[in-house]
Design a protein around this ligand. Structure first.
Ligand code: KG4
Ligand code: ZN
Length: 342
């Protein structure tokens, strides 16, 4: 029997993504990003994102189908991110998915964006281990999740209590005069920097904080500390060593992320750590996670960078897992739920 052919639609933030998978094989991953339209605002503007999704939706579906060499009528099911995310942006994707499913008379699967970030790894590394911790780090989320069976969803262990990890990268990049989105620029600048040049604070790692926030993150204090440090240098008329500051800031973020992620694995007795979200592309995070996990007997799974950021393939991947597991589809009046619980 042929594996199911699934088309996935993702519009929770600023990427219009349409992915097509057959079973666990990726056939197409078309992404149209409105990131450049947001760059001059220094962050994602919800209204701009919604309009961009509307304009990009049909061409992106078409492009994905062409790449996969299929027509929409070949699809066995449509999957769509139904939350969490920006309300208006989600609505565009959910409406498009409903239209497609209804016109093709095919089932629709509304999926959780965070669970989809986890499921995408199946396209690269095959079946997910039964029992892993997933660390999702992007511009919108910083979460530690326990995953038993991805078709049952994910269980939150902790998240950021203020800024997301990617947001911290973007804000610090702005302080350093680097373009938006700042994560890749900081990563690049840090390569020629000394990560021990300054020791910036590691949020929620004191003994007292760990009692209440063992698996939570906080990056706003770190961001403020970097901004104050840079301001002081400028006030004194000194040059700001951008490479060193980028490296020292990145070190602080990666130190906390990897420490807590490995502690979460130990807490659950899981031997696998999966990292996803845009920040998973960070070279220092990957290296540090590999090193520390190996020392703790834990295997790290990180999908390739193109699959870590928001895309339709991850939604199709989760849809495919749900279909394989024989899960019931969603009702056709499936709502977009911007604050969907994990
Ligand atoms: O997953 P994503 O594309 O979108 C969501 O936010 O959901 O993640 C984007 C975030 C941005 O904050 C960006 O600066 C960050 O991921 N990012 C990185 C790197 N590449 C992207 N952060 C650190 N290092 C990178 N190499
Ligand atoms: Zn995301």
């Amino acid at each position: 029997m042929n594996e199911p052919l699934i088309l996935g639609i993702e519009t929770s933030c600023d990427e219009t993504g349409v992915g097509i998978v057959r079973g666990r094989t990726l056939l197409a991953d078309a992404v149209a990003s409105s990131v450049e339209e947001h760059a001059r605002f220094g962050g994602v503007v919800p209204e701009v994102a919604s309009r961009a999704h509307l304009e990009a939706m049909v061409p992106t579906i078409r492009r994905a189908c062409e790449t996969a060499g299929i027509t929409p009528a070949d699809v066995d099911a449509v999957a769509v991110t139904s939350g969490p995310g920006l309300a208006g942006a989600l609505l565009v994707g959910v409406a498009a998915a409903k239209g497609l499913a209804l016109s093709l008379d095919k089932p629709i699967y509304g999926v959780n964006h965070l669970a989809a970030h986890v499921a995408v790894d199946t396209l690269e590394h095959g079946e997910l281990p039964k029992g892993c911790v997933a660390m999702l780090v992007s511009g919108g989320h910083s979460a530690l999740l326990a995953v038993h069976d991805i078709t049952d969803g994910v269980v939150p262990m902790g998240s950021t209590i203020d800024d997301a990890a990617g947001e911290a990268f973007d804000k610090v990049a702005r302080v350093l005069g680097l373009p938006f989105p700042g994560g890749p620029w900081i990563d690049k600048a840090a390569r020629d920097g000394d990560r021990l040049y300054v020791r910036f604070p590691r949020g929620l790692t004191s003994q007292r904080d760990l009692e209440r926030h063992r698996f939570d993150f906080s990056f706003s204090g770190l961001k403020t500390a970097v901004a104050r440090w840079v301001e002081a240098k400028r006030r004194d008329g000194e040059d700001v060593p951008v490479n060193h500051v980028a490296a020292a800031f990145q070190e602080a973020v990666c130190d906390v992320l990897t420490r807590k992620a490995i502690d979460a694995c130990k807490d659950r007795g899981f031997e696998h750590l999966l990292i996803g979200g845009g920040v998973a592309a960070n070279s220092r995070l990957r290296a540090m996670a590999e090193e520390r996990a190996a020392a703790a007997g834990i295997t790290v799974r990180v999908p390739r960078p193109g699959l870590c950021t928001d895309n339709g393939a991850m939604v199709a991947a989760l849809g495919s897992e749900l279909v394989r597991a024989g899960r019931a589809p969603s009702p056709l009046d499936l709502p977009a739920d911007s604050s969907m619980p994990i």
